[in-house]
Ligand binder design. Structure first.
Ligand code: ADP
Ligand code: MG
Length: 327
């Protein structure tokens, strides 16, 4: 009996290895959402891979047309231009992203806030002009911002903006959601081992065949993780910033002051979904180490690594210590 069981499980093992060996690795890169999106996947042949890439990139492009604050005709911007005070029916995708944003806004005490578009735009202009926003414009922009001015109704799938000239900005969450959705499309096409990388936001399904996980390099921290079925997002001031008068202003703003962050913090978040990892990483940058750790405790399975420039060694959340790491 025992030897029978051993031989049959051996047969299953051999079969799965043979199956795995048939899969080949494919990679494709396309520009979307203001960045280069790289998809790596394992498929039986080039035709299957090509079909999969096409469908996944199409889903990302469709989401950009919904969620972008750069495109005047996006669903997001149409919502912003609708008369204030009246409910607007929105797509399931936009509703899902706004609902997740509002949940995190509540949990983070407004540190993550997608209604800060007017303030974010002033700081974007400041990076272009190399001049700080003037206080009067900032005050005016802040008066048009605040997550309590956005109302969602679950039953009717509507959004209501309670004030005129509001501007929503999903730059801190849309890429994570798009990566999740690209993976979902691949999964429906039978592609179970894939990784979607949108600059600092990664989401991936099962490990490459025969491996324990995807090797995820956290360059900011000099660490490499080996993970499957998860998402990793990194936020900080490394790529987009304004340097002026000895300060380095991040592209993330603190909604409680209307000022771009100068705390120089770097954060990586590991979560089951990209939508969570992306938005949490942005929120943790605003909250800093102590308040950030408290927020993480609320978020079931997320783990994080944070570093302030002043204190050399990074701070690991309790769940981070349990992750399989290479070094
Ligand atoms: P990246 O775009 O490099 O992945 P993040 O995910 O941290 O970085 O998102 C930063 C973007 O999020 C900003 O460019 C802006 O569009 C938006 N943003 C800035 N500050 C906040 C904030 N406090 N809450 C929500 N979104 C923000
Ligand atoms: Mg983010």
């Amino acid at each position: 009996m025992a030897s029978n069981m051993t031989s049959s499980s051996l047969a299953v093992l051999v079969a799965s290895c043979a199956f795995a060996a048939e899969l080949q690795r494919f990679e494709s890169v396309e520009p979307h959402m203001g960045t280069l999106v790289r998809i790596t996947l394992y498929a039986a042949n080039a035709d299957e891979a090509k079909t999969a890439f096409k469908a996944a990139f199409r889903r990302i492009a469709d989401l950009d047309a919904i969620l972008s604050d750069y495109r005047p005709g996006s669903e997001l911007n149409r919502l912003c231009r609708a008369p204030h005070g009246s409910p607007v029916k929105i797509s399931d995708d936009l509703f899902r992203v706004l609902a997740a944003s509002q949940r995190l806004a509540e949990e983070s005490d407004g540190a993550f806030d997608v209604t800060q578009g007017p303030v974010i735009r002033l700081w974007r202009q400041a990076r272009r002009d190399h001049v700080l926003p003037d206080p009067e414009s900032l005050n005016e922009a802040r008066a048009r911002s605040g997550f309590k001015k956005l109302h969602l109704d679950d039953a009717s799938r509507t959004a209501t903006l309670s004030q005129s000239s509001m501007q929503l900005d999903l730059g801190g969450i849309a890429k994570g959601y798009a990566a999740d959705e690209a993976l979902a499309v691949l999964d429906r096409l039978g592609i179970a081992n894939a990784l979607v990388a949108m600059s600092g936001d990664l989401a991936f399904s099962h490990a490459p065949p025969g491996r324990r996980g995807w090797k995820i390099s956290l360059e900011e921290f000099g660490r490499v993780l080996e993970l499957a079925d998860a998402a990793v997002s990194t936020s900080g001031d490394r790529e987009q910033f304004l340097e002026l008068n000895g300060e380095k202003y991040s592209h993330i703003i603190d909604p409680s002051t209307g000022t771009a962050l100068t705390n120089g913090i770097a954060v990586s978040v590991i979560a089951r979904r990209g939508i969570v990892a992306d938005s949490l990483a942005t929120a943790l940058c605003v909250l800093g180490v102590e308040r950030g750790m408290a927020l993480l405790d609320l978020n079931g399975n997320a783990a994080a690594l944070l570093r302030r420039p002043s204190s050399g060694s990074p701070v690991e959340s309790s769940r981070f210590k349990d992750l399989p790491s290479i070094h």
